[in-house]
Design a protein around this ligand. Structure first.
Ligand SMILES: C[S@@+](CC[C@H](N)C(=O)[O-])C[C@H]1O[C@@H](n2cnc3c(N)ncnc32)[C@H](O)[C@@H]1O
Length: 278
């Protein structure tokens, strides 16, 4: 079968995916080893039996609800490509807001010391080290596999010499003072976990999602730790979930002056990050 025809028929089968055509293009690039430009020119190419089998395997996993990013094992974040691993949260576009907040606040040449609490794949920390070439960073995650994956992503991106990664609890693992503290912690309230989309509920790690009864458990531990670890004049940027801004701001006001707190909106205009300007 010709590639173009296969991609169209595959997309038609992915009825539950909002990104079916994009998913199929990602599968084709991964299964056939093509770049974006090569894929555009490859529409008339015939697929071998082995190529069809590889592509069909990916489509079947997608039909079972796994995300396209996890199937191809790679995801783009802030213009960089990150390797993924099963059980480690794939980075989301909304989280780029944390990088944007830091870019607005600091000069590109600043020699920042950066701390990422709950580093996951390393996406946020690596993006920050990429846009601040003089910065150094520390990434902490409770999951050994996440700390190892983040370290591997930093190595692949040529950032390893400026980054250290530790497995540990975000409230206890770090010592010293940091100019920039970022975190996208688990923040889904208990009652919302069962209603998450299958590709999140069934395939992402609960430790990366579950934020306790009201979704704010992680912040109760991160905020006092951040108050202790932030350097004078530093910035803290924390992602949060839908409708959590008022409760989170009240919680943050126990550790920081109210006038240092700002709520930032995401690409869809929804409140998404708490920025604390020290
Ligand atoms: C929502 S994910 C964010 C991952 C990554 N920073 C990103 O934005 O894609 C939250 C991360 O926090 C980690 N985590 C959860 N509880 C933790 C804790 N108590 N200490 C350290 N890391 C924790 C999880 O393993 C997970 O990797």
């Amino acid at each position: 079968m010709r590639l173009e025809k296969y991609l169209r028929s595959g997309a038609a089968r992915l009825v539950d995916s909002d990104t079916a055509h994009l998913d199929m293009r990602l599968f084709a690039k991964a299964a056939l080893g093509l770049s974006d430009a090569e894929l555009i020119l490859a529409g008339e190419r015939s697929l071998s039996a082995a190529e069809m089998a590889r592509l069909e395997g990916m489509v079947r996993r997608r039909l079972r609800g796994e995300s396209a990013a996890h199937i191809v094992g790679e995801k783009e974040f802030y213009g960089l490509s990150f390797k993924l691993a099963s059980g480690i949260l794939s980075p989301r576009p909304d989280t780029e807001l944390l990088v944007e907040a830091a870019r607005r606040r600091f000069d590109a040449a600043a020699g920042l010391r950066v701390l990422d609490l709950g580093v996951g794949s390393g996406a946020v920390l690596c993006a920050l080290l990429n846009v601040f070439p003089q910065a150094t960073g520390v990434g902490v995650d409770m999951r050994f596999g996440a700390a190892a994956l983040a370290r591997e992503n930093a190595r692949r991106l040529g950032l390893r010499s400026r980054a250290s990664f530790f497995c540990g609890d975000f409230a206890e693992a770090a010592a010293g003072r940091f100019d920039l503290i970022v975190s996208n912690p688990p923040y889904i309230p208990l009652r919302d976990l069962a209603g998450l989309a299958p590709e999140v509920r069934l395939f992402e790690d609960e430790l990366a999602l579950a934020g306790g009864v009201d979704g704010l458990d992680a912040y109760r531990r991160i905020l006092p730790a951040a108050a202790r670890l932030i350097a004078p004049g530093g910035l803290i940027a924390l992602e949060f979930g839908h409708g959590q801004e008022a409760d989170l701001a009240r919680l943050a006001a126990k550790f920081f002056r109210a006038e240092t707190l700002t709520i930032e909106k995401d690409l869809a205009g929804r409140p998404r990050a708490l920025v604390i300007d020290g």
